[in-house]
Design a protein around this ligand. Structure first.
Ligand SMILES: [Mg+2]
Length: 145
């Protein structure tokens, strides 16, 4: 088994039990994890915080996951989002991917499946940030002195 890199996860889900259990398991695996009970709070936390990946439930009161996804993509385009759907909301998961979500997971799922998906999302973000950093260094080096 390859060693997993540590990253910051925000779990946005109105189901308290699922949210708290997932955070607990993520912390147990050495990740940083916090939770939000709806899309509005989640969006605010993404804007102010330093999250790598957002696990975002589709069906929530206040602001649903798709609306939150749109706003997160606007506010922090490099933060990766993994959507959570139920059987009845799989179409939202697919719609979300068209809007830039990394992927979706259908509840209920095994925690390891969840963690693998979040890790893949983080890896995409890590590579993207690395590319941007390299481009910035190159640009800086090519500037006339
Ligand atoms: Mg829900």
């Amino acid at each position: 088994m390859t060693e997993m890199k540590k990253f910051n996860v925000l779990v946005v889900d109105d189901e308290k039990e699922f949210r708290e259990m997932t955070i607990k398991q993520l912390l147990h695996r050495g990740m940083d994890a916090e939770g939000a009970e709806n899309g509005l709070i989640g969006l605010e936390m993404v804007e102010k915080g330093n999250f790598d990946v957002v696990l975002l439930d589709v069906k929530m009161p206040e602001m649903d996951g798709i609306e939150a996804l749109r706003k997160i993509r606007q506010a922090k385009p490099l933060v990766e989002v993994v959507l959570l759907t139920g059987h009845a909301s799989v179409n939202s998961g697919i719609e979300g991917m068209k809007l830039g979500a990394f992927d979706y997971l259908m509840k209920p799922m095994e925690f390891d499946e969840l963690l693998d998906k979040l890790s893949d999302a983080f890896e995409k973000r890590r590579i993207q940030l690395e590319k941007i950093e390299t481009a910035q260094i190159k640009k800086h080096m090519s500037l006339p002195s």
